[in-house]
Design a protein around this ligand. Sequence first.
Ligand code: SF4
Length: 433
Amino acid sequence: MITEDIIRRQALEKKLLSVSKGTLNVEEKRQISRWRAQELKEKIEDYLEAREKIPAGLERAQQVEVRKKRILSLLGGTEEDWQDWHWQLSNRITRGEILREILDLSPRETALVEEVGRKFRWAISPYYASLIDPGNPLDPVRLQSVPQIAELVPDNGEDDPMAEEFTSPAPRITRRYPDRLIINVTNICPMYCRHCQRRRNIGEVDRHSPREDLVAALDYVRENPEIRDVLVTGGDTFMLSDQQLDWLLTELDSIPHVEIKRLGTRALVTMPQRVTPGLSAVLAKHPPLYINTQFNHPQEVTPEAAEAADALIRAGVILGNQAVLLKGINNDKHVMKRLNHELLKIRVRPYYIFHAKQVTGTGHFLTSVEEGLEIMEHLRGYTSGLAVPAYIINAPAGYGKTPMLPEYLISQGKEKVYIRTWEKRVLEYPNAQ
Ligand code: SF4
């Protein structure tokens, strides 16, 4: 019986791909559709099972609330303080003994954090610390924020793998492309990511770029009329005051050839309290404005992040996510898919997955390119196109973003090409001339 079904199905499907598909009757078409629907259902069974085990911030608010209360009591803060980004910033956790209390670290673990911290600065906002499950040493938020001994293991990393210092024609500017550039405005971040590609800039002292450097950078933009897109980044641009951001965006708006502005910030992830009504009002004055942030794990997509995203969207800002592919955090096809689904729920469009760069002290986060391609293979077709970002390798020496794609074009002729679908079916397709 089963064999008969298979034979019948193969015969009907053969017709589907041939000119005789018009001869299929209504019942045959419905039958093919039912088979296909069942087949499609089975294709995501593994994901649906895995999804249940992937922690997501929108489902963990209660646990986070308990940790928040504990952190507030340790730091002597109030609920009102917690909502105040200035309090969050000035109470960043920077001492081993406080972290030990929050995460129940052993004396040895605490000593290691301090040892690594002497070489690579660390700081964690109380909010971001509240997202860490203290019972899980491999917690993805912990791995991104708490110094690990692996950072001291010699690796092949460089301080500046993208050679930003060789692509800076004016103070604070990085220019790698014909029509756009970066202005770097600060070295301050709510949390110093252990995988940061610009950790060389973090230093020991928090500082914004001096006003005269920013004026020189703006002059460069003014003098180069082909620049239509300016990305303001850092550090974290949301560490600037509302007034500083307003000044900078007003200056950029006064340059006729600047068509769009972008801000780089991880504050939605690490300190969503920064998105105040005052900040939203400033940003609303400067359309068109795009913000790219960096959620790396679904655990970071919390109700607070959703609220901050909502406020920014109401201010007319368009939000995108630039995840970094990180070993032990999101180098898993199911985790990355869930991350992208959670982001779409809060209206942040997955934009890029960056292959992690070879930065000194971050070798333990590196994955193979094959892992990245495997993730892409399991996004395209398996889920909405909106949940499929571009996988990018930043070429060495500042030669720019290079997209990495599974191979979908098998062969190319003048009259036809052979394509490979997301399910690995190889099909002929006409090539119109
Ligand atoms: S927020 Fe960005 S600049 Fe700041 S530490 Fe993290 S990756 Fe680096």
